[in-house]
Design a protein around this ligand. Structure first.
Ligand code: R2B
Ligand code: URA
Length: 310
């Protein structure tokens, strides 16, 4: 017998919940969320995660641990007596996850396959926990196009490496394509939380999602390269003309899967460099740490507003 039930409540309540859009799930006696080391067999996911309102994802375990401590102070969350913030998914040895009251802070690794596995499991976690209308954020880093290091880009639409606004995946030997859409109101709300005194600008623009950091992003500094610097600049300029303001490695699947599940979502990234001026990331560690805290600050302001804490 599983600890968590798949469905509870009335038809009206069910409509408000996350759409997993998978008829097979209902027929499964239990569901193991293997990579985050949780499951309906051993845990009551509704009791543990039913109060989640915000799911914040970012690349590295260290950054998401840092975000957990930051948001804990920002929202004044006091862990239950005698407990500290623990990495819930530690025994999965893949991702790290911290729960800070209504906020989950989760690391997603690098690239579409890594965040994709996590998204399937996080969306199912929301479903099993019967969470209503959660908001998902990706708080990340990127290369700017025409934007200097240290500024924030919020994604309006994600494009794949062929310039299409889709997430494509081979499924049963055929191409499955889903639109990579993000919530435009959420993007605007986040941008509007930038203060005049903030040492960065926030831009809303399209994001190119690459499957590689080097050749896939038109860099000249990988182990291999078969195009010229002029080819690279022509490509980046073409992207810029098409409204693309940054390049990273997760946007298409993040946009596509959240949209497919009916989850409001935003991608808030800090630029580590302006790709029109170079490829190597050679800012100092201190500078990067300060820059990487910027998207966290913006998302924290949004969360505090939603919780009526500011
Ligand atoms: C941004 O930074 C990582 C590559 O350095 C990748 O995960 C991304 O999207
Ligand atoms: N992450 C990327 O994917 N590209 C960059 O240029 C910087 C960070």
């Amino acid at each position: 017998k599983c600890k968590s039930q798949f469905h509870g409540g009335t038809e009206a309540r069910k409509k408000e919940l996350i759409h997993v859009k998978n008829p097979h799930l209902e027929r499964m006696p239990c569901d193991t969320l293997y990579h985050i080391h949780l499951g309906t067999e051993y845990q009551d996911l509704q009791a543990l995660f039913g109060d989640i309102k915000f799911v914040c994802m970012g690349g590295t375990p260290a950054r998401m641990k840092e975000f957990a401590h930051f948001i804990k102070n920002e929202i004044g969350y006091i862990p239950p007596y005698g407990t500290t913030l623990e990495d819930i998914s530690k025994l999965g040895h893949r991702y790290s996850m911290f729960k800070v009251g209504p906020v989950l802070s989760v690391s997603h690794g690098m690239g579409v396959p890594s965040i994709g596995i996590l998204l399937h499991e996080m969306i199912k976690l929301m479903y099993h926990a019967q969470v209503k209308d959660p908001v998902f954020f990706r708080i990340g880093t990127c290369g700017g196009i025409g934007i200097e290091g240290g500024n924030i880009v919020i994604t309006s639409e994600a494009l794949n490496g062929y310039g299409e606004p889709n997430f494509d995946l081979p499924v049963l030997g055929k191409k499955m394509s889903r639109p990579a859409k993000l919530d435009s109101n959420l993007a605007m709300d986040l941008k509007n939380l930038t203060l005049p005194e903030d040492p960065w600008d926030t831009t809303i623009g399209k994001t190119m999602c690459a499957d590689d950091f080097y050749e896939g992003q038109g860099r000249l500094d990988g182990a291999f390269c078969e195009y010229s610097e002029a080819d690279k600049i022509a490509y980046l300029t073409k992207l810029h003309k098409n409204g693309v303001r940054n390049i990273e490695m997760e946007a298409v699947i993040f946009g596509a899967l959240t949209h497919h599940a009916g989850i409001r979502a935003a991608i808030v990234c800090v630029t580590l460099l302006n790709r029109l001026n170079g490829d190597q990331i050679n800012s100092t560690r201190e500078e990067r740490d300060e820059w990487q805290a910027r998207p966290q600050k913006l998302v924290s302001r949004y969360i505090k507003n939603q919780l009526n804490l500011s």
